[in-house]
Unconditional design. Structure first.
Length: 227
């Protein structure tokens, strides 16, 4: 496992099976466990300091999410990304982000607008420092503020579920420096439209923001066999 997983905190208040699942899921989503990499229960259990039972349960759940693939006589491997998977997820995100930006433009509070501006500035700062972890965090925060500004509980709930599904894509995209520049300028366009309370423009630039990511990810998939 090359040291990418460590022993988990057994004093955590969550059930052990959930901790193991979340730990493995995070390792896959962040790229600690690479597409195509074989996963063996005994090695995973030893690395995390747990029995094989919660690992086995976690593997079943990860298979249902499509993050791992179980193949007869070949074992368990981290699933690769497919063009269809990218398109399916980001088509939904395009629609949801467009709606969120449109609603936020008419409903955002002064405090939320200040937070959105602050997060955009922090994103640029992390980009200048080459801090990938900080970039991912601020990208999530930027979009979360927009969702909260919609004041639509159902949309916020959908965004929370969707965030987990696209996190793997987000990290791959942000790793590329040219993508970071694109994200920063696109965030600025979204911020400008929302600040102007222009719902139509906010919807348009938010949708373009996700479509650009989709196109970049498909291009990366075609050129990088490790994805």
């Amino acid at each position: 496992m090359k040291g990418r997983l460590a022993k988990i905190d057994l004093n955590n208040y969550k059930p052990l099976r959930e901790i193991v699942f979340e730990t493995l899921r995070e390792a896959i989503v962040t790229g600690g466990l690479k597409p195509g990499e074989r996963l063996m229960e005994v090695h995973l259990a030893a690395k995390m300091g747990v029995s094989r039972t919660p690992v086995r349960e976690a593997i079943r759940k990860l298979e249902l999410e499509g993050l791992i693939t179980m193949t007869p006589r070949k074992g368990v491997h981290v699933s690769g990304l497919s063009e269809k998977e990218i398109i399916d997820a980001l088509e939904v995100r395009t629609a949801v982000e467009g709606l969120a930006a449109s609603l936020a433009a008419s409903r955002i509070s002064p405090e939320e607008l200040r937070e959105l501006k602050k997060t955009g500035t922090q994103f640029k700062s992390y980009m200048d420092k080459g801090n990938l972890q900080g970039l991912v965090k601020k990208d999530i925060e930027f979009h979360d503020i927009i969702y909260q500004a919609t004041k639509n509980d159902k949309l916020i709930q959908i965004s929370s579920s969707l965030r987990e599904q696209v996190q793997r894509f987000r990290i791959i995209y942000i790793k590329d420096f040219s993508s970071q520049n694109d994200l920063s300028s696109e965030h600025a366009e979204i911020l400008k439209a929302i600040s102007s309370h222009d719902s139509a423009l906010a919807k348009k630039v938010a949708e373009s923001h996700i479509i650009n990511q989709q196109n970049a990810l498909i291009k990366a998939l075609e050129t990088d066999s490790s994805l």
